[in-house]
Structures are given as structure tokens and as C-alpha cells.
Design a protein around this ligand. Structure first.
Ligand code: ADP
Length: 228
């Protein structure tokens, strides 16, 4: 059963890689418009939890539902389609395509969904303006700074108007000033679309941008009361 209002809901997740349990009974819940910081030390299972929730990794046991539908009941093709239509992703190192311009990178998810080039690039530019990187449109990722590249990656994650954004250490490779700015713009942009944000991080300051914190330790999760 999915609790009322929960968009993405997981219970009792277990996942082991060989003898190592990466998840050992983790649970998670998020509703539309909510920003949840997933905190915890390195190796505690945060990324594995994110990958399970996003339907990238299949847990050994446990249940995950999105919009009331069990991910385990979907075929691989259905899960891939769901990721393209409803989910957005931001990684630690932008993972932009080096051969494409920044605008082409942001437009790429739309192009893959069949949107025509002109329309895709127009929407890409709108998001790049909001992330304050519109002037970098013609540059390639190798020609922009780390912070600029992450803002381009954030624009790319939002361009399909996803219902859930998964961000895995999105500021982990940035200095604190650039990291703050990326987080500020990212969370503002996500709030404007009412997307749910699963924000994996080991940086305590990120919590200030979230509504709620979940702490993962040894593959188990627990909710923290938000302070301030
Ligand atoms: P975190 O994101 O908190 O750093 P991870 O979810 O990446 O933690 O990893 C949790 C545990 O699972 C670690 O012990 C890690 O080494 C292990 N692990 C994660 N992914 C794999 C994998 N693909 N193959 C083998 N072990 C893995």
C-alpha cells in the first residue's frame, strides 16, 4: 500500500553486492514538490538507494512504487520509458556529452523523446536562462567551468519537466561558493515545477535547501526532524 500523497514510496529494500549488503532494510517516501536530502557517510548506501528508486538497479527484495505502480511489475522497457518521461538526473560530474554544445546537451533529452530540434532548443534556452547559463549555449562542455557545467546539467535534468529529480552529489566536485549557487538555482527551479527532489549528498550545508533529511547508515535509513 502506498500512503496517501506519496509519489515515490519504498519499503524494506535489500540489495547486496556479493557478501556486502549495500541496502539492508532501507525505506523512503517523497511527495510532489518535496525536496529530501539523503545524507550519510560514504559507502552507507545512498547511491544504491537512489539507483533503486530511479529503477536503474533492481533491489533483491523490498517494494518500490511510483504513482501507486510497482516498479517491479514493469518491464525493462517500461522502466526506461518512465525514466525518460518522468525522471530527471543530475550527477556529480555533469556527464555532458563533450562533442555537443551546451544548448544541444540541454536539448538532448527532448530530442530523444522525439521533439523537433527548433522547439527542443527553444525550451533548452528557457531553462538555461533560468540557470543563468544561456550565454554559454554555443560552447562545448570542455570550454566552461565546473560550476557552469553543473548548471547546464541541471538545465538538462529539468528540460523534460520531470516529476522526480534525482541528484547524486550534484555539488560534490565544486568549491563551496559555486556549490551554493548551483544548489540555490537547482532547488528554486525544481520548486517552480513542483518536482520532487531526491538529493543525495554528504555535505551538511545541503540540508538547508531541503524540506526533510533522511540519514542512511549501513544500508538502513531513518528520517531526521528538520532543524530550523
Ligand atoms: P554511498 O552512495 O553512500 O557512498 P553506495 O550506495 O555507493 O554508498 O555503496 C554502498 C555499498 O555497496 C558500498 O560498500 C559499496 O562498495 C557497495 N557497492 C555499491 N555499488 C556496487 C557495485 N556496483 N558493485 C559492488 N559493490 C557495490
Amino acid at each position: 500500500m502506498t500512503p496517501a500523497g506519496s509519489l515515490l514510496y519504498a519499503t524494506d529494500l535489500h540489495k547486496a553486492y556479493g557478501p556486502t549488503p549495500a541496502l539492508d532494510g532501507a525505506a523512503f517516501s517523497i511527495h510532489a514538490g518535496e525536496i529530501v536530502a539523503v545524507m550519510g557517510p560514504s559507502g552507507s548506501g545512498k547511491s544504491t538507494l537512489l539507483h533503486c528508486l530511479a529503477g536503474i538497479v533492481r533491489p533483491d527484495t523490498g517494494s518500490i512504487t511510483y504513482g501507486g505502480r510497482a516498479l517491479s511489475a514493469m518491464t525493462d522497457a517500461e522502466r526506461s520509458a518512465l525514466r525518460r518521461s518522468d525522471f530527471g538526473f543530475v550527477f556529480q560530474f555533469g556527464q555532458l556529452v563533450p562533442e555537443l554544445t551546451c544548448t544541444e546537451n540541454v536539448a538532448l533529452p527532448l530530442r530523444l523523446n522525439g521533439t523537433k530540434r527548433k522547439q527542443a532548443e527553444r525550451r533548452a534556452l528557457e531553462w538555461m536562462e533560468r540557470l543563468e547559463v544561456a550565454d554559454l549555449g554555443h560552447k562545448r562542455p570542455g570550454e566552461v567551468s565546473g560550476g557552469q557545467g553543473q548548471r547546464v546539467a541541471v538545465a538538462r535534468s529539468l528540460v523534460t519537466d520531470p516529476r522526480v529529480l534525482f541528484a547524486d552529489e550534484p555539488t560534490g566536485a565544486l568549491d563551496s561558493l559555486n556549490g551554493e549557487r548551483v544548489l540555490e538555482l537547482f532547488t528554486q527551479a525544481a520548486r517552480s515545477t513542483n518536482a520532487a527532489v531526491v538529493l543525495v549528498t554528504h555535505e551538511a550545508r545541503v540540508a538547508a535547501y531541503s524540506d526533510r533529511e533522511v540519514v542512511v547508515r549501513d544500508g538502513r535509513s531513518r528520517d531526521l526532524e528538520h532543524i530550523g
